[in-house]
Design a protein around this ligand. Structure first.
Ligand code: HEM
Length: 532
């Protein structure tokens, strides 16, 4: 209760109040600086002027290195189906209970002020304020990712962001460095097809799916583990823009998605998303023709059906964009007892990256104390000090800020599992220390092909047009050629169409003959292009 009151004190309502300085002194004039004489110079002693200007001068913080442009909303999650069989997490066991959430939707590549309706991946990050601490499901609107190992992420993002010399283009995949990297990174082909499909330009956040992407674990009270993938299914259904619309809207209203989200919540047309899970038993880990730890692969729903277990409703807009949407700090490592990570090498790197970047972006180690990031319970530990520390630990009374201690037998101690202490799943791990990709991650085209073949004719046409548009802007012929060869691995007819449009010679007959041994063909070319 005390914590709730403290939270309320942080939500300031300025209605019917008098202006004050930050030290609480009432201000008599905020339109004229203090001067020596009516037409004289401004005086340094004008503390109100100095404070007002200094605060303004320091208003900006670094934007997120990726997902800089975003829109947030508050809401709640309600569970339909008790998942106790799989997990000890209260949020997935207590049906009917409403857990508060904060969600941030985003584009990835563009700057904070860039347009909403660009072709890009969309972030779909959810913070659940559960009774056992905060759980973040930091997902995207596509079920797979470009790369398999997080060590490639800085390269991917450098290639996708505007080019380093002229900072162009500001928010689009259409440039040589992006396509150069794609063409040298066959593992990205599956994701690339998703991005170039209609999924790359959602009509609204309300009409968008979300995916946790990685394989996580659910762990039950007996310590048994199941592999899980999380899905969000929009109750309003999915809808996309077509490219022509998207381009026009980007010019006319760069806030198109942000505004739709805001207005639909203000009008009481609350965006809703069902939470689905796909579950694989531990014993079935190696049953599939792909590796379930490979983030460039999805689990086909025909093989592993999605089970709908709950629903999230977004019913309230933020009071303040900066304090909430900008300062929120998500992290895939924010898990609660009963939910755990796996050895997915993409996820493993993310577990490092988010806190690291937030230490910079949010100015030091105390960003979890920012109201939007605080868990809905008091935090008890011996972490102290640092820039912008807000908590006033009662150390005069309690004295010991270390563990173990014999000065204060009331100081916080670790919780047992029965008391809700987080216990990591005891997975057995052994092997050589080695820098190598598992061979089980090698197939880069099968799921891209499945995806392309699952599209209707108009959807396939949109993919072809997207390739034509994007690759048509690539200056270097060798990059276009390499991309056509990748496309041919997925669908030869598509490669023929694209090659014609972008001026690449492509011999369909001889390619088909070669196809028999092409699984490694493109990969070999990539290897030689990189080494030459
Ligand atoms: C944001 C790193 C892959 C979803 C971020 C940020 C970083 C980052 C540094 C900015 C965070 C901040 O400033 O608060 C990485 C790395 C990845 C990776 C190193 C791969 C190794 C992914 C994947 C997904 C994803 C696979 C989806 C499953 C997001 C989302 C945000 C984000 C949704 C925005 C969160 C927000 O709205 O504040 N990522 N990311 N990222 N990332 Fe990743």
């Amino acid at each position: 209760m005390k914590q709730e009151n403290e939270q309320k004190e942080l939500h300031v309502n300025n209605a019917d109040t008098l202006l004050t300085t930050n030290t609480g002194v009432r201000v008599s004039d905020t339109d004229n600086s203090l001067k020596a004489g009516e037409r004289g110079p401004t005086l340094l002693e004008d503390f109100h002027f100095r404070e007002k200007m200094t605060h303004f001068d320091h208003e900006r913080i670094p934007e997120r290195v990726v997902h800089a442009r975003g829109s947030g909303a508050h809401g709640y999650f309600e569970l339909f189906e008790d998942m106790s069989r799989y997990t000890s997490a209260g949020i997935l066991r207590h049906t009917g209970k409403q857990t508060p959430v904060f969600v941030r939707f985003s584009t990835v590549v563009g700057f904070r002020g860039s347009a909403d309706t660009v072709r890009d991946v969309r972030g779909f990050a959810v913070k659940f304020y559960t009774e056992e601490g905060n759980w973040d499901l930091v997902g995207n609107n596509m079920p797979v990712f470009f790369i398999q190992d997080s060590i490639k992420f800085p390269d991917l993002v450098h290639a996708a962001k505007p080019e380093p010399h002229n900072e162009m283009p500001q928010a689009s995949a259409a440039h040589d460095s992006f396509w150069d990297f794609m063409s040298l990174t066959p593992e990205s082909m599956h994701m690339l097809f998703w991005v170039l499909s209609d999924r790359g330009i959602p009509r609204s956040y309300q009409n968008m799916e979300g995916f946790g992407v990685h394989t996580f674990r659910l762990v039950n009270e007996q310590g048994e583990s199941h592999f899980v993938k999380f899905h969000w299914k929009p109750v309003a259904g999915m809808a996309s823009l077509v490219w022509d619309e998207a381009q026009k809207i980007a010019g006319k209203n760069p806030d198109y998605n942000r505004q739709q989200l805001w207005e639909s919540i203000e009008e009481g047309n609350f965006p809703e998303y069902e939470l689905g899970v796909q579950i694989i038993e531990e014993k079935d880990e190696f049953m599939f023709d792909f590796d379930i730890l490979d983030a460039t692969k999805l689990w086909p729903e025909e093989l592993v059906p999605v089970r709908i277990i709950g629903k999230m409703t977004l019913n309230s807009n933020p009071d303040n964009f900066f304090a909430e949407t900008e300062q929120v700090a998500f992290h895939p490592g924010h898990v609660v007892p009963g939910i755990d990570v796996t050895n997915d090498p993409l996820l493993q790197g993310r577990l490092f990256s988010y806190v690291d970047t937030q230490l910079l972006r949010l100015g030091g180690p105390n960003f979890q104390e920012i109201p939007i990031n605080r868990p809905r319970m008091q935090v008890h530990n011996n972490q102290r000090d640092g820039f912008m520390r807000q908590t006033i630990n009662q150390d005069r009374k309690n004295r010991a800020n270390y563990y173990p201690n014999s000065l204060n037998n009331n100081s916080p101690r670790p919780a047992t599992a029965a008391e809700g202490g987080y216990v990591h799943y005891q997975e057995k791990v052994e092997g050589h220390k080695i820098r190598k990709r598992s061979e089980s991650f090698n197939d880069h085209y099968t799921q891209a092909r499945l995806f392309y073949n699952s599209m209707t004719a108009p959807e396939q046409k949109h993919i072809a047009e997207a390739f034509n548009f994007e690759l048509g802007k690539v200056e270097h012929l060798h990059i276009r050629e390499r991309m056509v060869e990748h496309i041919a691995q997925v669908d030869v007819a598509l490669a023929v169409q694209v090659a014609q449009e972008i001026g690449v010679e492509f011999d369909e007959a001889s390619w088909k003959a070669k196809l028999k041994d092409t699984a490694h063909n493109v990969a070999d070319k990539v290897a030689s292009a990189v080494s030459s």
